[in-house]
Design a binder for this molecule. Sequence first.
Ligand SMILES: NC(=O)c1ccc[n+]([C@@H]2O[C@H](COP(=O)([O-])OP(=O)(O)OC[C@H]3O[C@@H](n4cnc5c(N)ncnc54)[C@H](OP(=O)(O)O)[C@@H]3O)[C@@H](O)[C@H]2O)c1
Length: 306
Amino acid sequence: MRILFHAIGTKPGPWVDGLRAALPDADVDAWAPGAAPADYAVVWAPPQQLLDEQPRLQAIFNIGAGVDALLPLRMPAQTLLVRLDDAGMSVQMAEYVCQAVIRHVRELDVYERATREGQWSFRKPLAREDFPVGVMGLGVLGTRVAQALRQFEFPVRGWSRSPKQLDGVRCFAGDGELDAFLAACRVLVCLLPLTPQTDGILNRRTLGRLQRGGYLVNVARGGHLVEDDLLALLDEGQLAGATLDVLRQEPPPPEHPFWRHPKITLTPHTSARTDRDASIAQIAGKIRALRRGEPVAGVVDRARGY
Ligand SMILES: NC(=O)c1ccc[n+]([C@@H]2O[C@H](COP(=O)([O-])OP(=O)(O)OC[C@H]3O[C@@H](n4cnc5c(N)ncnc54)[C@H](OP(=O)(O)O)[C@@H]3O)[C@@H](O)[C@H]2O)c1
């Protein structure tokens, strides 16, 4: 069995070594143009050339949860496309989103600014009941985030394509229930995959349906957000602020207004990083299962886009 590794912006050495250790009977190499035919590829944002040169791949393993960079590429219909299934990301996402929501509701940003200016003064605490949090996308990551928010006793709502039942979470499903979901939220967390249906879904119309003084946490993809709409809604006071981990252009150009906007907290796409060891263990386990002829979790439905 032969495996190729290629991930843009990532040194291949530790991945290749890790895959060799996890699959001692495999021949594992970093991909280079003209590489000998392989059975599996482990990739992040590969060039079209890799797929064109490797038409016999049985499966392509994406070392992230979102496959929006892979789906536009041409690849044989029979090649399985497999995403990471948590692999250490959901706990990071839960940490990140809970801190963003708590920081806003406990006004920790306001306190930090005040103490830096030498002020030691208290504010009337806000009630978490007044901050229902809506999670868009109740998949591997969204479900974990919704459950973590429940632990802090926030009212939690969720929205997905197909109907769901989650303990303590009021669930909405499909386009028909989107407006009712939004109207029931003051804080909105986006954990959707980026697909033609969800591109630009965070816009003036949808964000305008949130309860006034709403707050946005986008940890999914920059393409979900219409950036000018966010700026206008912040100016108008419909939204109180936003925490953004992802942007349409990463990094944004130096003149981008989000860098220094007083109501926007920006982080460099770091809310849930790929955990190399956990990912290698998961991918190796799936390769072994596929070789035994067993099904694996995390196979992408290409028509659906995630
Ligand atoms: N910032 C970061 O560091 C980072 C890290 C990892 C992942 N991400 C992003 O997070 C996304 C979610 O990851 P995941 O593992 O939770 O994905 P997932 O398990 O595939 O879950 C996706 C969820 O979105 C719902 N959904 C998809 N299209 C929809 C639509 N048109 N309308 C309503 N709901 C829709 C799905 O509904 P159903 O349940 O009905 O199918 C599902 O609940 C990834 O795609 C990626 O873009 C970001």
